[in-house]
Design a protein. Structure first.
Length: 117
């Protein structure tokens, strides 16, 4: 049985050249293999969220497009673990992949220039 993981914030770093003047973030509450809720964080404020993962728009685009595994992105330094523990995340690797697969089902348009330089 999966244990409760808790809230995790996913942060899109600012990139004025791509039209993102400030950080954008969402906090999802994960428990026993389910997402119990999600909320957009105002101004990317992640205070009090025990696990925070952030990165540039081009990396998030690759993750959401299925071109980059989220845990490989963390281990490879393309995404940064800004709060929390990688050891605590590792048992939830399958859940992370499922969360990304679910996110891919949402129709998304990435503006030109969101590829990695």
């Amino acid at each position: 049985m999966l244990n409760r993981f808790g809230p995790i914030a996913l942060v899109l770093d600012p990139d004025p050249g791509r039209g993102i003047p400030e950080p954008r973030a969402v906090r999802v509450d994960l428990s026993k293999g389910a997402c119990r809720g999600a909320v957009t964080l105002v101004d990317g404020a992640v205070d009090g969220t025990p696990t925070v993962i952030g990165g540039p728009p081009a990396t998030w685009r690759r993750v959401l497009a299925g071109e980059l595994d989220p845990l490989f992105a963390l281990v490879g330094g393309k995404l940064q673990l800004r709060a929390g523990s990688l050891a605590a995340l590792m048992p939830h690797a399958r859940g992370a992949k499922e969360l990304v697969a679910s996110a891919r089902q949402v129709p998304t348009h990435f503006p030109d220039g969101w590829e990695e330089p």
